[in-house]
Design a protein around this ligand. Structure first.
Ligand SMILES: Cc1ncc(C[n+]2csc(CCOP(=O)(O)OP(=O)(O)O)c2C)c(N)n1
Ligand SMILES: [Mg+2]
Length: 382
């Protein structure tokens, strides 16, 4: 028998506006109206500025660990711009720009990293899920949320973001398999920023692209320049239209770069070369759009100065709202978990009024006090 070809494919790469200012008229013309482009640029500048503010908050002890988004603003923003407001945006932790575009309040993100759970209570109209720090979990949530929408006969899709490192998690493969086999319209976006903390992406995958990970699950796949806002918009439009129409998933690899440390707890100088960082600084998504707008006389120094002034004020207000939020009620810890708090948890809730670590036994009901005494005697005898 002759050898035949069982399967053949190719993966397209989309780039519309490169770092030298070359613009592909065929793909890019009319893609983003000028008025929108200005707003999108302003959103990226505001997000970058908040990153700097958050960094300083962490350094001055007013915030816990914070992962800067610097350099990756165009990826999630392109997607958020294209998606419908009631499509799910299911993110990781470097997608602030897309979340803010949706209307998620900036203080929600600040509160999350300040360790206040209320930062995770994403307001419903934004159809966004809380920041997912456990790697890989959110892709499964995206598949589940969209399966529920499909079951209810809704025309809703999800777009989920995850890193190159997260695409090596088992959950990622389960989510892809699940979405493909059950025909769930999820747009999977792998943000390849070349690093998973100190692990270079070559160790995460021996394949030449991350885009091809989707092929194994029968998805159409695309690679785009993730620092090119036009390309991220183009790709997400293509993918979301495909997903909505065919009720099937789509896979995009957005190639970008993490310009900052992994988080404020990291020092990337210990494992990567400055020359690499400098190369990617020259490909900055924000500078690229600014240069394009200046060349087209849509933007100038006076507009930039006015924007920076506005951004500084808005971001200072967001910090103030986050820091001045009223202290949470201790009972919320229990109340937020169940529709009706089970009896045993209600006892814990009503008796956990101590200023020391742990529970004050004298506040327990008598039988519980006796049980606690027996348990402590038993523990001492061991
Ligand atoms: C399940 C799980 N394992 C390990 C970690 C610790 N961790 C946090 S971020 C990270 C690297 C993630 O890399 P990548 O997915 O490429 O995202 P990036 O940070 O580059 O945006 C690791 C290993 C975690 N948060 N969750
Ligand atoms: Mg990464």
């Amino acid at each position: 028998m002759p050898i035949t070809t069982a399967f053949e494919t190719k993966i397209d790469r989309i780039s519309i506006l490169d770092e030298k200012g070359n613009f592909d008229e065929k793909l890019g013309k009319g893609l983003i109206p000028d008025t929108d482009l200005i707003k999108l640029y302003e959103a990226m500048v505001a997000c970058r500025h908040l990153d700097e503010v958050a960094f300083r908050l962490q350094r001055s002890g007013r915030m816990g660990t914070y992962p800067q988004n610097m350099g990756q603003e165009a990826t999630s923003l392109g997607a958020a711009y294209v998606l419908r407001q009631d499509d799910w945006l299911v993110t990781c932790y470097r997608e602030n720009c897309g979340l803010f575009w949706r209307g998620v309040p900036k203080e929600a993100i600040l509160l999350h990293w300040m360790g206040d759970e209320r930062g995770n209570a994403m307001p419903r109209p934004h159809f966004a899920t809380p920041i997912a720090v456990p790697l890989g979990t959110q892709m499964l949530h995206a598949a589940g949320l969209t399966l529920a929408a499909k079951y209810r006969g809704l025309d809703r899709i999800a777009c989920t973001f995850f890193g190159d490192g997260a695409s090596s998690e088992g959950d990622f493969h389960e989510a892809c398999n699940f979405a493909s086999n059950l025909e769930i319209p999820v747009v999977f976006v792998c943000q390849n920023n070349f690093w998973a903390i100190s692990t270079p992406c070559k160790i995460n995958s021996a394949a030449p692209t991350f885009a091809q990970r989707g092929i194994a699950y029968g998805m159409p796949c695309l690679q785009v320049d993730g620092n090119d806002l036009f390309a991220t918009v183009y790709a997400t439009r293509l993918a979301s239209e495909y997903a909505r129409k065919n009720k099937k998933p789509y896979f995009i690899e957005m190639v970008t770069y993490r310009l900052g440390d992994h988080t404020t707890a990291d020092d990337a100088k210990r494992y990567r070369d400055q020359a690499e960082v400098d190369l990617w600084k020259s490909r900055d998504p924000i500078t690229r759009i600014k240069n394009y707008m200046v060349a087209r006389k849509l933007w100038d120094d006076a507009k930039e100065a006015a924007l920076l002034e506005r951004v500084e004020r808005d971001n200072a207000d967001a910090v103030s709202r986050a820091e001045n939020i009223t202290a949470p009620d201790r009972a919320d810890f229990f109340n937020a978990m169940y529709e009706e708090v089970p009896a045993d948890l209600a006892i814990q809730r009503d008796t956990m009024h101590t200023h020391s670590l742990g529970q004050d036994p004298s506040q327990l009901p008598p039988e519980a006090q006796a049980r606690a005494r027996e348990a402590s005697i038993a523990a001492a005898q061991h």
